[in-house]
Write a protein that binds this ligand. Structure first.
Ligand SMILES: [Cu+2]
Length: 471
């Protein structure tokens, strides 16, 4: 009836006015729910509707890390739970269905709900039951939903959280790709990486000492084949959530700057942000245009969590390079400022003297580890195309005076070692004569070389020339 009146008004007032005004309900539809990292398609309708959401609670064993199983409690079978997308002004008819195989009752508190407990009391559901309640989405934004059944902390710690996006009336600006990423902290009896089935550890949870901190429910949920994807030139939007239960996330993408951040999932955006804080039970919407190819790394910048507890994901960006934006490595120059190694040349007191061959080799080994191994490698085999081998090196074994000169003065230009050409720069390292004698004696007595002994006197008879490497 009301609808007809509005249609009539539109006809009277002319074009440009939608047939159904905002706040007017038209029809109904069933929400498309997606599993992370996927996001349901943008809502294109320009009217409000009744949205039916059916969400299943499933308790199930899944992998939290390689070789580690955990019993997750889920909304929709995944951690985080299914992504729900509706529009400001929509009325949601929400069905929470607790699977008959569940051991626990569960409910849902949606932060997008205006009403007691965010729906928690109305949705308390025993295994094998379904609860239905309805709410009107008054405020646009990105909201967390979670289970709020006692013990609440335990239900959340087991993975009972997800995101619901309430698009503003005018919709979200168009982007090329959207992803769903949600952080959570997990507490297992066994320590990080302990294989086999791991039960929940209440004490660790209370003490806020997580065993795992992960995105999308598991270590490596977004690496390898499961890495997120984008192409150079595309704009990427990530709906970021943090289920907690305890930790706050310092959300960061290594190699990108967020062009826009809808801080805390709200209506206003900040620009040019490096790291955004995502509170437990909160969210953030980040957007960035990818300009160059490569791997972007999604992290919680509380960085031990990333490298020791699992909060690491990848976005693989494919496309053409743009050297004006990122050059790649352009030079690897020698940098030996005054007061570094050079100083030891004149540092007479520093020089300990080897008493015998065994001593000399031992001291030489130390010099090698500290001064040579980084380039020529600890096993003396060098790196193909960059650093020539010292192991079994024909160039080295042929002429000891020449070898002394290399270490004393550095070396540049093309040389051939064991049939392979190198054309690079070895810097003069500023070692004392004693150190040079020791290190070369060590090298000559290692890796199948000629067992020549180099003395300090041998070193002193080789001329000092202008050092290589631009000094
Ligand atoms: Cu629950």
């Amino acid at each position: 009836m009301r609808k007809q009146i509005i249609c009539l008004m539109a006809a009277v007032m002319g074009a440009g006015i939608p047939l159904v005004a905002w706040g007017e309900m038209k029809g109904e539809e069933t929400a498309i729910l997606t599993s992370p990292p996927e996001v349901p398609p943008a809502i294109t309708r320009s009217h409000n509707t009744k949205v039916i959401v059916k969400l299943d609670v499933i308790e199930k064993k899944m992998k939290i890390a390689d070789g580690v199983d955990y019993t997750f409690w889920t909304f929709g079978g995944t951690v985080p739970g299914s992504f729900i997308r509706i529009k400001e002004g929509d009325t949601v008819e929400f069905s929470l269905r607790n699977h008959p195989t569940s051991k626990m009752p569960h409910n849902i508190d949606l932060h997008a709900v205006t009403g007691p407990g965010g729906g928690a009391a109305s949705s308390f559901t025993m295994p094998g039951h379904e609860s239905v309640f309805s709410f009107k989405a008054l405020n646009p934004g990105l909201y967390v939903y979670h289970c709020a059944t006692a013990p609440v902390g335990m239900h959340i710690a087991n993975g009972m959280y997800g995101l619901i996006l309430v698009e503003p009336k005018e919709g979200m600006p168009k982007v090329d790709r959207e992803y769903y990423v949600m952080q959570g902290d997990f507490y297992t009896k066994g320590k990080n990486g302990k294989q086999g089935y791991q039960p929940f550890d209440m004490e660790k949870a209370i003490d806020e000492r997580p065993t795992y901190v992960v995105f999308n429910g598991a270590v490596n949920s977004m690496t390898g084949d499961k890495a997120l994807k984008a192409k150079v030139g595309e704009t990427v939007r990530v709906y970021v959530g943090n289920g907690g239960p305890n930790l706050v996330s310092s959300f960061h993408v290594i190699g990108e700057i967020f062009d826009k951040v809808y801080t805390e999932g709200g209506g206003k955006f900040n620009t040019n942000v490096q790291t955004t804080l995502v509170p437990a039970g909160g969210s953030s919407i980040v957007e960035f245009k990818v300009d160059v190819p490569g791997n972007l790394v999604i992290v919680d910048h509380s960085i031990f969590r990333t490298f020791n507890k699992g909060s690491l994901g990848l976005i693989k960006v494919e496309g053409a390079e743009d050297k004006t934006i990122y050059s790649g490595k352009m030079a690897d120059n020698v940098y030996l400022p005054e007061g570094s190694a050079i100083q030891t040349i004149n540092d007479k007191e520093h020089v300990a003297t080897a008493q015998n061959l065994e001593d000399r080799i031992k001291m030489g080994k130390n010099v090698y580890t500290q001064n040579c191994a980084a380039c020529h490698q600890p096993d003396g085999k060098g790196i193909a195309g960059a650093f020539p081998p010292l192991a079994n090196s024909d160039w080295l074994n042929k002429d000891a005076k020449r070898a002394i000169s290399v270490v004393k003065n550095g070396l540049s230009g093309a040389i051939t070692v064991n049939g392979n050409q190198f054309n690079s720069v070895m810097p003069a390292l500023g070692l004392s004569e004693e150190d040079i004698a020791n290190v070369l004696t060590f090298v000559y007595h290692s890796w199948g070389n000629s067992k020549k002994v180099v003395t300090k006197k041998d070193v002193s008879t080789v001329k000092v020339t202008a050092p290589a490497g631009g000094h």
